[in-house]
Design a protein around this ligand. Sequence first.
Ligand SMILES: C[S@@+](CC[C@H](N)C(=O)[O-])C[C@H]1O[C@@H](n2cnc3c(N)ncnc32)[C@H](O)[C@@H]1O
Length: 265
Amino acid sequence: MDYPFADRAAEDERLIAQGRVFDPLTRRVLAEAGLAPGMRVLDLGSGAGNVARLAAERVGEDGSVVGVERDPAAIDLARRRTDAANVEYREGDVRALDGIGDGFDAVIGRLVLMYQPDPVEVLRQAAARLRPGGLLCMHEGDFAYDWACPQTPLWRQIREWVLETLEKAGIEARMAQSLFSSFRAAGLPGPSMLVEAYAAGGSEAPAWGYANVVAGVVPVMEKLGVATEAEVEPATLADRLLAETLAADGCVIGPPLTGAWTTVP
Ligand SMILES: C[S@@+](CC[C@H](N)C(=O)[O-])C[C@H]1O[C@@H](n2cnc3c(N)ncnc32)[C@H](O)[C@@H]1O
């Protein structure tokens, strides 16, 4: 199964919104990992450009960022959102990275390994694009962690639907958990790691984030026989989820994201 979010325009809006929750976490991981002014950076699976833009902030005018993404519509949007002269987006497949160049100071990527049939090979390819001593830094999620506390009935139901859909689609919901062993299997030094999640209760609870994910995968859910659009009711889902959380005086927990980074010999 390819990327499961079929409606690309809606997906790019989703990625931009999701950035509000994930970008502060990625910013901290890139800082901890040592992304520094002047570096030449490759961003794998750049989507709407959020991570490339965060990297550009850190490397400054003396550095540069290349985002590689296989979806042309995402590349168009990322280009429209990015006016910095030192950020460019190229169409390509992270499984091969042909023609992307090499000798990069850093290769980074967020929520991209989880979609790859062979993430270890992607890490090998990425490492091969680095100069000696270059930095490889990946940021992946654990989508099987509790989405809300308490797990009220609707939260439990949509989590089950999404996890079943990801499993049937061959997407790794818990890529974060296998980052360390994947780096090792790719022949790399064991990475340093940082795990962090966004969480909030009350009216700030990010129920909308999960509702967006569910709405984005409804066509795939239907195709794989997991749930129908009529059962999911995506138009009202965010409101219903938030209402359950407020009624339970609970909170919503964004998927914990794990940053893992190492330098190649
Ligand atoms: C969940 S999005 C993450 C986008 C971005 N990294 C972010 O965090 O905002 C995953 C992106 O990876 C892209 N992608 C997935 N597999 C790819 C591949 N094999 N080669 C290039 N891009 C890929 C998808 O098209 C999508 O834009």
